[in-house]
Ligand binder design. Structure first.
Ligand code: XIL
Length: 324
């Protein structure tokens, strides 16, 4: 077993999101990933804006480089993501007809999923379907696929992914699931409703992905989260932790104290999940503070660098590494 998989979690494969450009430029980064991980997930390389600069083109350059790196190092690969509002290219966002939307969405999924058939073991088919503050569990985030296809975009996407790789594990992935408050309870109810409706219709779905971008200073709703996980278990679905990191905007400047709080936050979260249903995979959204999305969105008021990930910016393990 790899050193990162310290007891008691060593049976759960650990992985991290990876950037293809950094992999090319930074040998230490690649070595750290190969040493610490059993799985990888491209942070951006399989998203629409990278793969689909225009309607005619598929650009698999970055994704293929990452897949080659994973293969050479004996690592598994996850796929992220097929249907997501984030960063949709303007040409796709401009689609207005239902027929065209279904054609473009299913064509995309068929091409992308079948390219990595047998290698990518699980796909985030639908990512972040819930609005930030849903009015009801049926409320969905508005973007090109809901505007053209309504709620049907979700079953359409899952069916297309299954057709392209019948062995792939299909995941419904969402963030802001774990906290105290009505908006988070509504988001949990919405995700359960989507999963239930797919299952009722006999459409394959295998797992719920909890992104777990954990705000260090937000309270986790233990009962709410565990109730949600029990519903998932009752549906015989798996749970994956897909994008774990700890957002340290509200934490003290002192690095040692901050790293302890960060590790404890992740440990508390993982324990709450484990008590109900141990996740089949745990992935962090990056391996090192050198390459993280967090500062773009959650800059610290004291101006010091964020420390959301298991290795520091010099690739040294932090307390967070020990709890995953
Ligand atoms: C983020 C990437 O980390 C950034 O580099 C990019 O600019 C935007 O997307 N939830 C998700 C991920 O599902 O795809 C997001 O990734 C982070 C939040």
């Amino acid at each position: 077993d790899r050193p990162v998989l310290a007891a008691p979690r060593k049976t759960i494969p650990f992985g991290a999101a990876v950037r293809g450009d950094a992999l090319m430029a930074d040998a230490g980064y690649g070595a750290a990933l190969a040493e610490r991980c059993r799985l990888l997930v491209p942070e951006g390389a399989l998203k629409w804006p990278v793969l689909r600069p225009n309607r005619e083109t598929f650009d698999f350059g970055d994704a293929d480089r990452i897949a080659t790196f994973a293969r050479r190092n004996g690592l598994g690969l996850r796929g992220h993501t097929l249907a997501w509002y984030g960063g949709m290219p303007a040409w796709a966002e401009a689609i207005t007809s239902r027929v065209e939307a279904e054609w473009v969405l299913t064509g995309h999924i068929e091409t992308v999923v079948s390219r990595y058939r047998g290698f990518i073991g699980s796909w985030d088919v639908v990512n972040e379907p819930m609005p930030d503050d849903p009015a009801s569990p049926q409320d969905l985030r508005s973007f090109v696929w809901t505007k053209t296809l309504g709620a049907e975009y979700i079953p359409i996407a899952f069916k297309a992914a299954h057709a392209a790789d019948p062995a792939a594990r299909l995941v419904l992935n969402e963030y802001d699931i774990e906290y105290v408050g009505p908006r988070f309870a509504m988001r949990r109810a919405g995700i359960l409703a989507i999963a239930r409706s797919l299952l009722d219709r006999g459409i394959p779905i295998h797992a719920i992905g909890l992104q777990a971008h954990l705000f260090a200073d937000r309270e986790i709703d233990r009962d709410g989260l565990q109730g949600f996980l029990r519903e998932i278990a009752a549906m015989k679905l798996d749970v994956l932790i897909t994008e774990l990191d700890v957002i340290d905007v509200g934490l003290p400047t002192d690095v040692a104290i901050r790293d302890e709080i960060i590790a404890r936050k992740a440990a508390d979260f993982l324990r709450i999940v484990d008590e109900v249903i141990p996740p089949s995979e745990v992935l962090t959204w990056g391996i090192t503070d050198r390459y993280t999305w967090v500062p773009i969105y959650f800059t610290r008021p004291d101006g010091t660098a964020n420390r959301p990930l298991p290795l520091d910016s010099d690739l040294r393990p932090k307390p967070l590494m020990n709890v995953i």
